[in-house]
Design a protein around this ligand. Sequence first.
Ligand code: F6R
Length: 614
Amino acid sequence: MCGIVGYVGGKQARDVVIDGLRRLEYRGYDSAGVALVSDGEIAFDKRAGKLANLEKAMEGSPLPASTTGIGHTRWATHGAPNDLNAHPHLGAKGRVALVHNGIIENFATLRDELERAGHDLVSETDTEVAAHLVEAELDRGADLTAAMQAVCRRLEGAFTLVAVDGEDPARVVAARRNSPLVVGIGEGENFLGSDVAAFIEHTREALELGQDQVVTITRSDVSVTDFDGNPAEGRRYHVDWDLSAAEKDGFDWFMRKEIFEQPRAVADALLGRHDETGALQLDEVRISDEELRDIDKIVIVGCGTAHYAGLVAKYAVEHWTRIPCEVELAHEFRYRDPILTRNTLVVAISQSGETADTLMAIRHARAQRSKVLAICNTNGSTIPRESDAVIYTHAGPEIGVASTKGFLTQLVACYLLGLYLAQVRGTKFGDEIAAVVEELQRMPGHVQQMLDEAEKVYELARGYADTRSVLFLGRHAGYPVALEGALKLKELAYIHAEGFAAGELKHGPIALIEEGLPVFCVVPPRGRDQLHDKMASAIQEIRARGARTIVLAEEGDQEVAPYADDTIPLPVVPTLLQPLVAVVPLQLFACELATVLGHDVDQPRNLAKSVTVE
Ligand code: F6R
């Protein structure tokens, strides 16, 4: 989820682009770069780290005057966050400069093809491939617009691309598929941005591009086509947000924005991870198949929400691979002398990649010669750097302190890992794995369905402003969902909340039930191992004792409906994947209740985004 800016007009492009990047830095801050068209060629600079590093470098060695330019602030996906992998990327002769947000799924095939044709690619990114391809089209006589169209027809995945041609200072060309791009329409100048924050200091007239469209901006004109060059239209609108709302895409909190980004985040986490037959391909798992076949135990470590992702993973991984799987809080694991061998796979889950407790746990595991695999959202952070292998979650930066899209994408990465192990070890047939992959591909749509009903959840939340305590019940993969729902409510609304395994109720917690106590109940899908019916009985038991039940159950589930004071319908999905949808209303509930109570949702009291001390 990088930030992209493009400009052509009468002002100094360097200043407009840097200002735009500053506004977009919340989208990624691994590196930043600018390219300008000046005197028939490309001038550029790019640096690892925050935008300030680039600005400092440019103070010492300024880029030339120019009125046409592009810029990028990166959230790394392919390749480490260093100077070389920073955008822009140039074509073979340096005539084209190009920036990119997204993931080009077929980049490995295209890279092979370019290398066979004698191209020398210098970075580890998928982006550089697009820069070389665009320039190759220019060499064949196309103009920049036609070159972009031709290249986009060959790309698979999700991408926003913005390019300039050193020999054509009059235009900037961009394209989008499954990744955002907005045009800012000015007078005698036009802009491009990942979102309107990139240009609202200059213009509030915007044009949103549709799927698979290419746009060419000049000083005086904006023209849109599809990838085949046929004329197309974007959606024009006036932006009435202030700058802070613009950064949050019109949402009041980054957290709420991040909740609504989840369909995209889940789709990105799945991108490029399987071939057309549904067979998994996890290039980043650099542990040999032989070593993976020798694994006799998996230990998953993490803290807070990441630990709950691990609890969900246990159900899936054991079911698919038949490898015993333990899940442990990283801080408890580290200091209890755990039994680890060369054949233990330790999986460390961390959004930030910097959590000290998790880092200490993996250092200990590696010292015992166990293999460590990180599931992480932050490319180049310490935990993946110190691990043998990594699966990046590709959620983009998570700014709200409470993890939301981080959690959903951790779940996806865990499912992918489980399926991959099953594939390597032969514990599932190819068609069984492909069937789960197909179900996973449907999940972004299901998550969207949950978000479409957000208003009903908000209304429910507003009714609980005076509540002092809330319980959450779940079974099987719904149990970690209950724990996560309770954590969200504690940390955002500062309300006492507990999650329980529903089967545990009668062993103690049922004593807490009293008249009017709200209890969220996550009901497993119907028809699996009596889980559903047992949960239905638990709901009846607590309701008989006065609880106010808020029941999350499959749409059309008539068996639990009579015992629900409120119902939140869930789409029909497999039991193991249900956490991906069931947690969404719980996130929305906590976010809304905290808002109603007047709390700072993005920065709850006493908490930090990245806990770098033990
Ligand atoms: C809760 C939350 C925390 C983190 C935990 C681990 O909303 O965000 O519980 O999940 O501190 O952080 P990472 O995943 O960065 O290791």
